[in-house]
Design a protein around this ligand. Structure first.
Ligand SMILES: Nc1ncnc2c1ncn2[C@@H]1O[C@H](COP(=O)(O)OP(=O)(O)OP(=O)(O)O)[C@@H](O)[C@H]1O
Length: 301
């Protein structure tokens, strides 16, 4: 159990109806995230990651279950809140970072952050000063007057992070924040998210990007809308993704190699005809200094 979690999720479930069929996108998920903690949620496409993140941020109503956040005046059950109360609750609790940055193209970096400050209740010169200070925090003081089109992808994403901090949120939710970034910018952004968590925020990241494992305290694997034990996963030696030991695989020299797709398997088989094989590795453990173990945060935390 995480001591005094900022975010506590119990029995969270989301079913989507599509004509006569029902998609069980998220099934009975439990999760606790404490301040200072980075939780990385990985899993195959369509496993429910974005649906789960949207429910955590009160952007999507669950079919059942609860999401409780520690507010300034005590715990608040977001799922029990009325529709009209949700925008205000979101505004004091969450910062959102999405993969497409979603900056306003006609505004400068500073103005983009200022608008978010205005929405958080800070106006006029105070908003300008706060925007400048937030851009400084993310290392973009010298780009404040640039428009998004004049910024690199990494810089745009950092503006998006500054914007997400406008309300000084206790919970930061990020959906594929590094998806459009090259290796160096991806690493920079990962470090920034780590630093923000270290200021007693709860950070939940949904991503396929294995680079983010380096900054995560816990890595959870979502499959078919449920958390599975990461220890039972293998790592695709071609793309580096964590994969279940049920899909495409190949046996060589007494070792079994697992892949996310037949494409990766074929690439590996092709490469192994020309290069010496490396034995398949189990996924690395999350960082030990802060880690509560790969399976923490799953059912029964
Ligand atoms: N509005 C919706 N209506 C119907 N089905 C939906 C809706 N949103 C998501 N789904 C379904 O729910 C399941 C989970 O979708 P979700 O987007 O959460 O997956 P994901 O793990 O984030 O995928 P990816 O990694 O590809 O982004 C999918 O089968 C998807 O088709």
């Amino acid at each position: 159990m995480t001591p005094s979690p900022i975010l506590a999720v119990r029995g969270l479930t989301k079913n989507f109806r599509s004509g006569p069929s029902v998609v069980h996108a998220v099934r009975d998920v439990d999760l606790d995230v404490g301040g200072g903690e980075v939780v990385l949620i990985m899993g195959p496409s369509g496993s429910g990651k974005t649906t789960l993140l949207l429910m955590l941020g009160a952007l999507l109503r669950p079919t059942s279950g609860t999401v409780t956040v520690q507010g300034p005046a005590g715990p608040v059950d977001l799922t029990a809140a009325g529709e009209r109360a949700l925008p205000a609750l979101r505004a004091v609790t969450f910062g959102f970072v999405f993969q497409d940055y979603a900056l306003l193209g006609a505004l400068t970096a500073a103005e983009n952050v200022e608008v978010a400050c205005n929405l958080a209740g800070v106006a006029g010169r105070a908003a300008s000063a706060r925007a400048a200070s937030l851009l400084d925090r993310v290392g973009l003081a010298d780009r404040a007057r640039f428009r998004p089109a004049q910024l690199s992808g990494g810089e745009q994403q950092r503006v998006a992070v500054a914007r997400a901090l406008a309300n000084d949120p206790r919970v930061l939710l990020a959906d594929e924040p590094t998806a459009n970034l090259d290796a160096a910018h991806g690493r920079d952004l990962a470090r920034l998210l780590r630093m923000l968590a270290d200021e007693a925020r709860a950070v939940v990241i949904v991503s396929h990007d294995t680079r983010l494992r380096e900054i995560a305290d816990r890595v959870l694997w979502l499959e078919d809308g449920q958390f599975r034990e990461l220890a039972s996963m293998a790592r695709d030696p071609v793309c580096g993704m964590d994969v279940e030991r049920t899909g495409p695989h190949l046996e060589r020299d007494g070792a079994i190699y697992w892949f996310c797709s037949a494409g990766c398997r074929d690439e590996f088989a092709e490469g192994s005809r020309t290069k010496p094989l490396h034995r398949h590795r189990l996924p690395a453990e999350p960082r030990t200094a802060r880690s509560n173990g790969a399976t923490d945060g799953m059912r029964g935390t």
